[in-house]
Design a protein around this ligand. Structure first.
Ligand SMILES: Cc1cc2nc3c(=O)[nH]c(=O)nc-3n(C[C@H](O)[C@H](O)[C@H](O)COP(=O)(O)O)c2cc1C
Length: 363
């Protein structure tokens, strides 16, 4: 990692930056990153309840032919979500992207986020996600088209991107300035290029450079795994907020831990086993009712694995849970397991994201 000596920042060391997106003031500058297959409605609600200042709904396709799929219909279901509801869209056709923005606004979106940061093959192959970074005229056309469609409705548009296509073409600053001119309300920047995927370490020099050049809010993203790291990244880059992805998997309380540390400069205690039980079981109830029995039991497995992976000696119970085929059995197994842990008090989650988590989102 680069040395993180703080420059002069607009908010100074030790203070919480004030964060807004268009007309929306956010309660704190600690955001949960959009993660397809992870940040569904139950998980976003949970992260917000546990201190995330902002959450973005998983990517919705811009292709209207996909709007009737079960996947899309789940993604556009915002029942019970706390405002501002933000929805991410991805695609390469400017008119279709504008249409997707309007479709999502009609379904409740208050903020539209454009994804130009996603390295998944199925997204990049159709020249969307971060592949767009190689085609600046198209970037401009998409941003204009979406901003023009959203402006009359008073809906701000944000852009999430990476530092460039590869190390030799790091054009984030140019893209950021274009985006600001077009009327993008905030920029979220992951400190890696598309070709870096998740290898190496995120760098924060580009984020700092972009922040210094822009007047709109800038959100720093990439490898922020602890309260101290969040503080360092905010101080170094001068960014207005941090966005946390993989480090929040199985640790939704990370948001309150980071916000508390940013506000007070000291740590709040980690959750107890009792709290973990409560958070996980409540999460599962909500997850099952969102997905139903068949999909619910299967999609819950990864969350359970992430929660339990933060605790010692849990591989046998994780392996067993992965064999269970009903939500009832899954729930009962966890209840029994927690009953047997009654002697433990606080959990001590690792401060660094385990390597296997980074593998989940490669090509
Ligand atoms: C499983 C997974 C799914 C993701 N899906 C999306 C997505 O749909 N849209 C997007 O903009 N970024 C997506 N990302 C990238 C994250 O939003 C974030 O930029 C990246 O993980 C770096 O942050 P982190 O180091 O805190 O994890 C995804 C990441 C992961 C791990």
């Amino acid at each position: 990692m680069h040395s993180l000596n703080p420059p002069e920042t607009v908010f100074g060391r030790g203070k919480m930056p004030f964060m807004h997106i268009g007309p929306w003031s956010l309660p704190n500058p600690v955001f949960v990153a959009p993660m397809a297959g992870v940040t569904d409605r139950p998980y976003r609600k949970l992260c917000k309840a546990l201190g995330a200042g902002y959450a973005v709904s998983e990517m919705a396709a811009s292709n209207p032919r996909l709007w009737n799929s079960v996947k899309t219909s789940r993604r556009i279901d915002h029942t019970g979500e706390i405002d501002p509801i933000a929805v991410q869209i991805a695609g390469s056709d400017p008119a279709m992207m504008a249409e997707a923005a309007l479709f999502n606004i009609e379904k409740g979106a208050r903020i539209i986020d454009i994804n130009m940061g996603c390295p998944v093959k199925k997204v990049c192959n159709v020249a969307s996600g971060s592949a767009l970074l190689r085609d600046e005229p198209r970037v401009v056309a998409i941003l204009r088209s979406v901003v023009d469609a959203c402006r009359p409705l008073g809906v701000p548009v944000t852009l999430k991107t990476r530092t460039g296509w590869d190390q030799t073409s790091r054009n984030a600053l140019r893209v950021a300035l274009l985006a600001q001119d077009i009327g993008i309300a905030a920029l979220i920047l992951h400190g890696r290029t598309r070709c870096d995927l998740y290898t190496g370490q995120a760098e924060y020099d580009t984020i700092r450079e972009v922040k210094q050049a822009l007047s709109i809010p800038v959100v720093a993203n990439g490898d922020i795994t602890s309260p101290e790291k969040a503080r360092q990244v905010l101080d170094y880059t001068g960014a207005d907020a941090v966005m946390i992805g993989r480090a929040a998997q199985g640790r939704p309380w990370i948001f309150r831990e980071i916000s508390y540390y940013l506000a007070h400069g000291v740590h709040r205690p980690p959750p107890t086993y009792g709290e973990l039980r409560h958070v996980l079981l409540d999460h599962l109830e909500d997850h099952y009712s969102f997905y139903g029995e068949f999909t619910g039991v299967r999609t819950a497995r990864k969350h359970i694995g992430w929660y339990l992976a933060t605790l010692p000696d849990t591989q046998p119970v994780i392996d067993h849970i992965n064999t269970l085929e009903s939500t009832g059995e899954q729930m009962r197994t966890l209840e029994h397991w927690f009953d047997a842990q009654a002697s433990h008090e606080h959990i001590h989650p690792p401060h660094e994201t385990p390597a296997h988590e980074a593998d989940l989102y490669t090509l």
